[in-house]
Design a protein around this ligand. Sequence first.
Ligand code: NAD
Ligand code: AHE
Ligand code: ZN
Length: 375
Amino acid sequence: TTGQFITCKAAVAWEANKPLVIEDVQVAPPQAGEVRIKILFTALCHTDAYTWSGKDPEGLFPCILGHEAAGIVESVGEGVTEVQPGDHVIPCYQAECKECKFCRSGKTNLCGKVRAATGVGVMMSDRKSRFSINGTPIYHFMGTSTFSQYTVVHDVSVAKIDPVAPLEKVCLLGCGVPTGLGAVWNTAKVESGSIVAVFGLGTVGLAVAEGAKAAGASRIIGIDIDSKKFDVAKNFGVTEFVNPKDHEKPIQQVLVDLTDGGVDYSFECIGNVSVMRAALECCHKGWGTSVIVGVAASGQEISTRPFQLVTGRVWKGTAFGGFKSRSQVPWLVEKYMKKEIKVDEYITHNLTLGEINEAFDLMHEGGCLRCVLAT
Ligand code: NAD
Ligand code: AHE
Ligand code: ZN
């Protein structure tokens, strides 16, 4: 079947930091191994704001941002067997082909099949974009580009989910919530009784707290420079709150003093390299493990004294919480349906695609966790 072009609305980032513009975009039919999805709901994640800022070395303009969404398959290209039109899906920026060196390693959730293309805003087969405006190509973003009524993704980047699940909620399972939960369960493997520190109490940090509570952590210390975060953080399992601004001492020292030598696990959920250092250095000698979740700007580097590692602290990082996307997103949806994980509680605002610039403004306000846009 040779499909037709679809003209639809999408929010186009023409240039870094310039307000997004709702445009009529032509979306090409899916080629072999590709899937065209009608996006119904998309949320905003801090990473979209990061790339929009111009600080992402992989950020290309003009592009269509967005990577936390849910929708329905509209059409599929040749050779696509795992989804069909009508299926409810979540696009996955971390693909899972189940065949590449990464997927077969059993050691990582990263997939190598289409990453070279998704990092430069095009599709793998012909290194071209499926989006255009009057013939001008518009780049894809993270292999997902969900700030659009229709998008085209690789088939290895689509998780088919239970059609009963509410898409206006489970769109969050495309990024922030799984990232936090998985950082705890898959990357750190936090044990019952552990002392955990979470730096940054946005959606990702709160999902870390939720995951740590489920893992049986004895203390979950939330650290944020915005004290308003604590009230809401309690509902996600944070047991103690520390605002670095209330202390003269470096925050790592404050935490070491609070915990008889340091925490068992820490998580940086901000994207600030000096906080990453503090998160490592607040870990207990001999075993404390720190997981980098936040994304830091181009040119930023982490540092610490090697002695910190020589004496047993461990520095790790995580992408999408270590979850294998196509295999495990449907499982996360089921856990949500069984009320075993929260999702609704992270949604503080609902707007439409046309209000996307307001939604980006909201991200900088303390009261906003996730804003879901109806497309
Ligand atoms: P967010 O903006 O909602 O949350 C960040 C929080 O950090 C805010 O509460 C803010 O007040 C706090 N903060 C800022 N500076 C601070 C400081 N110096 N000390 C303490 N707290 C501070 O962001 P989010 O959507 O939750 O994302 C968090 C980070 O995780 C971002 O960097 C994002 O790009 C990244 N991320 C990574 C992955 C991954 O797979 N690794 C996935 C999703 C998001
Ligand atoms: N392009 C950025 C890297 C951004 C980054 O690290 N992305 C995370 C997901 S953030 C989701 O909100 C990730 O999964 N990374 C692994 C990968 O394969 O991209 C930069 O700074 O270069
Ligand atoms: Zn994200």
